[in-house]
Design a protein around this ligand. Structure first.
Ligand code: PLP
Length: 402
């Protein structure tokens, strides 16, 4: 008998299981609202034209080779990434107390931060929103955090933010806990704090001497505006917080399978920055040794070239505009049908996802009867919708609810 016969089969990863189910489904009008990736009006993945341009240049550039990158990643990429996040003339950058470490996607950046906080700073307590991106909990668990808590966030009644609950739950944590925050486009709810609310969150983090980790996986993609989407991170930095921010370029560059992300480290002084960087380099060395070049080269080439950069900004506007259009259309359609309930949260929520408020029975109805695939939590990816499947989906939701 195998010595692994006693290994428990891990539960399936819901979103990947749903995609597999969707792919196997032969129903012609099936709709995939589960996937966490952008889709065009034709329901297709989109390679950004500016990415195509850079790829073509790279294919014939004789100066490029396949040598190892530095452990911390491609210098031009790291510098461009932190600049994008904080703004070129951010005092922290000018004072040379910001570092970027290239990572395998936003996930890799989260993992580096969690490993560092556990291994080097001996943190054991972390708090994150309820609900949150399902991977957050697992990352901290596998990094060995013993006390993983979730704070109130989604108010099912108002379909908005439970700020008081959130602040109270963070206050109840031990001092110097890790506080994981979604900088914009909260996944899965699409509910973001207002600037006034962010100030209160920062107050509590300050009181609790929290280690702040901001997850920013949708910069630019959320509102179409780089600065608006990084407001919360910049606000914390300008207030003097030392923090980590995990940046993903999966969504805003459409580089999902290239695994390109960055861990931004902000400290109070240059020396501490170097100390932290040196420890994180050891974590990188023992995890993936050094990161891949391709995605980093693309992102750096775009962000460091003014013409390509403005082209890219147009692309993120195209994507965020399309998502907002789908929000409007779904809302109007449900209103027209007279579907019971208030549906304006669909237009107020931010980012790619909407937390519809559909319950598990209604979700099951949509999957079984209509072949519309969405997460059990009721989260839908707005860009799984197109003008051609909009009526079908709205009618199905109407049927599920009534
Ligand atoms: N954080 C959040 C909130 C996300 O939604 C995602 C992706 O879905 C990520 C991080 C990680 O993205 P990446 O694919 O770059 O690892």
């Amino acid at each position: 008998a195998s010595r692994f016969a006693d290994v428990d089969v891990a539960p399936p990863i819901e979103v990947f299981a749903l995609i597999a189910q969707y792919n196997e489904d032969t129903f012609p009008n099936k709709v995939n609202l589960s996937v966490g990736a952008y889709r065009t009006e034709e329901g297709k993945p989109w390679v950004l034209p500016v990415v195509r341009t850079v790829e073509a240049q790279m294919a014939t550039d004789p100066t490029l080779n396949h040598e190892y990158l530095p452990v911390a990643g491609l210098p031009d990429f790291r510098a461009a990434a932190v600049k994008l996040l904080l703004g070129e003339d951010n005092p922290a950058l000018v004072e040379n107390r910001v570092e970027g470490i290239q990572a395998l996607g936003g996930t890799g950046a989260l993992r580096l931060a969690a490993d560092f906080l556990k291994i080097v700073k001996k943190c054991d307590n972390v708090i994150m929103s309820s609900p949150t991106w399902e991977n957050h909990r697992m990352i901290f668990k596998n990094c060995g955090f013993g006390n993983i808590k979730q704070h109130r966030y989604w108010n099912a009644e108002t379909k908005g933010l439970d700020l008081d609950g959130m602040l109270e739950d963070i206050k109840a944590m031990p001092d110097e806990s890790v506080v994981l925050l979604h900088a914009c486009a909260h996944n899965p709810t699409g509910v973001d704090p207002t600037q006034e609310q962010w100030k209160k969150i920062a107050d509590v983090c300050e009181q609790k001497k929290a280690y702040v980790l901001m997850d920013i996986a949708y910069q630019g993609f959320t509102s179409g505006d780089i600065e608006k989407d990084s407001w919360a991170v910049r606000y914390f930095v300008n207030r003097g917080f030392e923090l980590f921010a995990s940046q993903s370029f999966s969504k805003n560059f459409g580089l999902y399978n290239e695994r390109i992300g960055n861990l931004c480290i902000v400290t109070k002084d240059t020396e501490s920055k170097m100390r932290v960087k040196s420890q994180i380099e050891i974590i990188v060395r023992t995890t993936w040794s050094n990161p891949p070049n391709y995605g980093a080269r693309i992102v750096a080439s775009v962000l460091n070239n003014p013409a390509l950069y403005s082209e890219w900004k147009e692309h993120i506007k195209t994507m965020s505009d399309r998502i907002r259009l789908m929000r409007d259309q779904l809302f109007q359609k449900l209103k027209m049908l007279g579907t019971p309930g208030k549906w304006d949260h669909i237009i107020h929520q931010q980012g790619m996802f909407s937390y519809t408020g559909l319950n598990p029975t209604q979700v099951e109805h949509l999957v079984k009867k209509y072949h519309i695939y969405l997460l059990k939590s009721g989260r839908i990816n707005m860009c799984g919708l197109t003008t051609s499947n909009m009526d079908y989906v709205a009618n199905a939701i109407h049927d599920a609810v009534t």
